[in-house]
Structures are given as structure tokens and as C-alpha cells.
Design a protein around this ligand. Structure first.
Ligand code: ARG
Length: 291
């Protein structure tokens, strides 16, 4: 029986921009009119949840926690694959308090039979979840990044935990501090990316696995609009309002773009993918084995 692809989101009840841990965050811009800002964020969050539901995702919704505004970005909570959640270890103290809450949430999902195991990273190895580790279902491999947030040593842990091929990518621009800010794997196997955010050697590794016609190079306008930070299902792509050029590129390839106003989350350095976590990703062989 086919089941709907499943996404985790966190309600924005305690969202805000109260500290700055990436170059997009300016707490001053949020502080002035917090009630208005929070109301707008709630509207934008709901529009994203509605769009994801409309394109066919089942949603699991967690409550937010006071004092942890960035819990609204569960892409960073874990890598979830083959029923295993490898819970994140955050680089910045501001986000480390999220780990225990997400750990408990994954444990609850395990008890409901939606996951089979919950793992932790070794002490001192930072890894910020699916934000820095994107599954490529067409090629059956992970693109995993290290740089401003995740440690280089996390790559080995991901390899041992999931036993899948990994293409290691190094992030070199502090504005694109998570891989998902500059990299998206589309369901047709196209990779949409802002290449200047990757090291030269990483770009070579990427080109070794992705054919030129499958590599869609986005420009800075698309990256800074957080449009590359997209969630796709079939031919449907949900993203922060893209520049017309990116919309055209995707439509030429047969995708249907759902552009959303997500400005309140871009103030924190996030877009639609950051606000989601896929729970149902599996290796093809594992799917066959359980079918
Ligand atoms: N303010 C958050 C941070 O800097 C934003 C996280 C965005 N998430 C993502 N997967 N890119 O950690």
C-alpha cells in the first residue's frame, strides 16, 4: 500500500529572531513590532503547511518551545533515513537546547512505529541534520556538507549510520551556511545549486556524479531569495517566491512551481525546506525488501 510521504514541521508559536548565528539574522529588524512579526510568521507558516498538504505530504506537527525560536527549522533536527533518526548536534549554543526536545520527538515517533531507531552523534561532532545532508533518490546517494555548521568528521558518522554512498561537499560562503540554502535535489534527478557556495574540489566531485544537463545553476538572486531551499514532490516544487528566471528554468523542465511569501523566515536565514523534515526517505533496496 503506498503511503503518503511524511514531513515534520514545528509550529511557530515561539519563533522569533532573537540572536544572530548567520549573516541573514538581525534581531533589531524583528524587535520593533514583535506582535505583527509573529502574526505574519504564523500566516506564512500556515500557507507553507497548506501548500505541502496540497501537493500530497502527510504532516506531523510539533509544538515549539519557549526560548528556542529556531525549532521552527526541523530540517536541522536530524537526518532521517531508512527509519533511523540521527539526531543533530548543533554548532551554536543558541540551538543546542533543541537537541533534547527533538530527541524526545523522534523517540515518540519510534514508539508510534514511524521510526525504528534514534541515534546520537559522538560528542564533539557537529551535524545539523538534513540541512547539511540531502538524499538523492535518483542516484541513491547522500550529498553531505561540512563547513560553517557541520564538522568534517560528521561525514564518516553518516556513512557508518546509513551505509550509503556519500558525495562530500564543502561550504565556503558564510551566507550559505547549510547545504540546503544553496542545493536542492529535484525528484527528476536535476540538482539545483548556487555553485559559488561550494569549494572548487567539491564542485568537481559534484560534476563527477551529476551530468551537465542535470545540473541547474541558479544565480545569487535565486539563492538569496531562499528559493533553492525548496521542497519537491513529483513535479510539484514548493519554494519561497522565486525570481522569474528560476521559475522559467523549472517550468521548462516540467515542474510546477508554488511560490510562497516566507519573508519572516528569511529574516532568520531559512526557507521552505528548512521548515520541514522528510521522515519517510528509504534506500530503494530496503523498500523492495519490505514490499
Ligand atoms: N536561524 C537558523 C540558523 O541559523 C536558520 C536555520 C535554517 N535552516 C536550514 N536548514 N537552512 O540555524
Amino acid at each position: 500500500m503506498p503511503t503518503a510521504p511524511r514531513i515534520l514541521m514545528t509550529r511557530p508559536d515561539h519563533y522569533g529572531v532573537t540572536y544572530a548565528i548567520n549573516p541573514w539574522m538581525t534581531p533589531e529588524s524583528w524587535a520593533g513590532n514583535q506582535t505583527v512579526a509573529l502574526a505574519e510568521a504564523a500566516t506564512q507558516w500556515q500557507a507553507l503547511a497548506d501548500a505541502l498538504g496540497a501537493v500530497g505530504f502527510a504532516l506531523e506537527i510539533l509544538p515549539g518551545q519557549p526560548g528556542l525560536p529556531d525549532m521552527v527549522f526541523p530540517a536541522n533536527a536530524a537526518i532521517v533515513f531508512d527509519g533511523i533518526a540521527l539526531v543533530a548536534r548543533f554548532r551554536h549554543p543558541e540551538r543546542q537546547g533543541e537537541e533534547a526536545h527533538f530527541h524526545a520527538a523522534f523517540e515518540a515517533l519510534r514508539q508510534r512505529g514511524l521510526l525504528s531507531a534514534v541515534h546520537s552523534l559522538p560528542e564533539g561532532v557537529f551535524q545539523e541534520g538534513a540541512g547539511d545532508c540531502l538524499w538523492d533518490a535518483s542516484r541513491q546517494l547522500f550529498f553531505a556538507a561540512h563547513g560553517p555548521r557541520s564538522s568534517r568528521a560528521s561525514i564518516e558518522v553518516i556513512a557508518e549510520t546509513f551505509g550509503q554512498e556519500i558525495v562530500r561537499l564543502e561550504l565556503v560562503d558564510p551566507r550559505f551556511y547549510h547545504l540546503d540554502t544553496c542545493f536542492c535535489v529535484l525528484p527528476g534527478g536535476e540538482v539545483l545549486t548556487f555553485t559559488p557556495a561550494l569549494s572548487t574540489a567539491s564542485l568537481e566531485r559534484l560534476r563527477a556524479v551529476v551530468a551537465p544537463e542535470m545540473l541547474i545553476e541558479a544565480d545569487f538572486a535565486a539563492a538569496s531569495a531562499f528559493s533553492i531551499n525548496a521542497v519537491a514532490h513529483g513535479r510539484e516544487v514548493v519554494m519561497a517566491n522565486p525570481p522569474a528566471s528560476l521559475r522559467a528554468l523549472l517550468e521548462e523542465r516540467g515542474y510546477h512551481v508554488h511560490g510562497l511569501e516566507l519573508g519572516r523566515f528569511m529574516q532568520s536565514g531559512g526557507g521552505s525546506y528548512c521548515m520541514t523534515l522528510r521522515l519517510d526517505r528509504r534506500a530503494r533496496a530496503a523498500v523492495r525488501a519490505t514490499a
